[in-house]
Design a protein around this ligand. Structure first.
Ligand code: HEM
Length: 133
């Protein structure tokens, strides 16, 4: 019976403490709610803008301007190549490359190297783009 009375007294004391300090008791409940970090809004993936087709492109006229050792473009089978860096590396001499700067070098290339694997492979390193009208 005595134990029961102590229990009652204990509960009353706890009740008084709870009423006197409402903030402290509710705080642990509120903190997790208040500190929940909002999930960041996913930013939209930027869509790359396609290159504008307003420029002249790789026309024969553009190639014709690159007709020297400072800048050497050539056309081979309707594809444009920038051979500037190849001029002084060419095993067949600088003159052979310089002779096709700014013009269509298809025949010159094919006459010399048609069907040869190595020159064809090296040529691909200098590909700029397809010839446009
Ligand atoms: C346009 C791009 C060209 C590339 C990428 C190219 C590449 C090469 C390569 C790699 C060789 C060494 C031979 C081999 O390893 O098979 C070579 C040799 C040679 N090329 Fe070209 N070539 C080009 C254009 C030309 C042109 C237009 C001519 C002539 C008009 C020419 C004339 C020669 C000659 C005569 C050799 C032989 C050199 C020798 O064996 O002593 N090449 N070229």
């Amino acid at each position: 019976m005595k134990k029961f009375l102590w229990l009652i007294v204990g509960l009353i004391v706890l009740g008084i403490i709870a009423l006197a300090t409402p903030g402290k008791l509710t705080l642990p409940i509120l903190i997790p709610i208040a500190t929940t970090t909002p999930s960041p809004t996913p930013s939209p993936t930027p869509i790359p803008t396609p290159p504008s087709n307003s420029g002249p492109g790789l026309t024969a006229a553009v190639v014709a301007k690159h007709n020297n050792a400072a800048s050497c473009y050539t056309i081979i089978s309707n594809k444009v190549y920038d051979l500037t860096d190849w001029i002084n590396q060419h095993p067949g001499g600088e003159g052979a490359i310089l002779s096709i700067c700014g013009i269509d070098g298809t025949n010159a290339f094919n006459d010399q190297h048609g069907g040869q694997g190595r020159p064809e492979r090296i040529l691909q390193n200098f590909y700029l783009g397809n010839l446009t009208n």
